[in-house]
Design a protein around this ligand. Sequence first.
Ligand SMILES: Nc1ncnc2c1ncn2[C@@H]1O[C@H](COP(=O)(O)OP(=O)(O)O)[C@@H](O)[C@H]1O
Ligand SMILES: [Mg+2]
Length: 301
Amino acid sequence: MKNNHAAELRRVAKTVSDKVARKDSISPILRTIAVTGGKGGVGKTNVATNLAIAMAQLGKRVGILDADLGLANVDVMLHVNPRYTLKHVVTGEKKIEDIIVKGPLGISVIAGSSGIKTMADLPVQIHKKLISELHRLNNLIDILIIDTPAGIGNNVLSFVLAADEILAVTIPDPMAYTDAYALIKVISRWRQDAQINLLINMVRTAAQAREVAEILKTVVRKYNLPLGRISYAGYIPYDSKIKNSLLNRKQTPFMLENPDSLSVKCIQVIAKRMISSLAQHSVDKNFFSQFEQIREKGQGK
Ligand SMILES: Nc1ncnc2c1ncn2[C@@H]1O[C@H](COP(=O)(O)OP(=O)(O)O)[C@@H](O)[C@H]1O
Ligand SMILES: [Mg+2]
């Protein structure tokens, strides 16, 4: 009798603690944001890294996948030096945990690889392996931010298409936002439920940013692009401190160095908005399920 009672107590305690754990966990599954934009030099890598820091400051476990393989990238900005890349994961030489390096505030940095072809082109076994390795990030990370190179049709388009939210970065220059529009068009061809968030970087005023976002939204509506959502995520002013932050060899990321600046406040607003957008997503539809679909679509092409 006494034993039964204890067992019952344990059972109730477990149910309660499971419930508490569920309630406490931000999301039961990794959520992803792809930071993209049609053009190089618009600030994608800056946005990705600073957003990662802002989200980590809000208590999230953040990962950043450096899929931009150009020059001054995530590793430089966060002062980490990854030895292994996703390619080592794909070939089976390393587990995903082994390639992660820790940046400021415990941010997990994952180096992408130019050796990976489009997901749709990967042999099925390799594709499965990559997905199952990425799945393990669920235990380590709440939000994965993917920094992508400029342009379309690159080897990270699948990452962009699989992401829960797409953060399209542009600047108030017609050439740049025309490229951003071209990118949104490609995305809409592949994913009619894409969630696009517009971030207008290097603006003089908030009004200027709103104007650019309105132009983009109007054109999307005019051409009836099929999209789940296109909304304005916010702006970051042109800030000479951001411009010079890479030259700052003290190597403190901009967010941490200038906590009271307007740019930092703007990034914090965007971080909060993106977190609440991510919270709206259903658990069934996620990064991993999208990867599968992209593969199927790619093969059906
Ligand atoms: N809001 C900003 N104000 C001033 N300079 C910026 C701003 N955002 C980015 N930059 C600068 O613009 C350059 C390109 O930024 P980067 O993030 O590397 O762009 P991308 O990844 O799109 O190529 C860098 O020198 C960066 O410091
Ligand atoms: Mg970049």
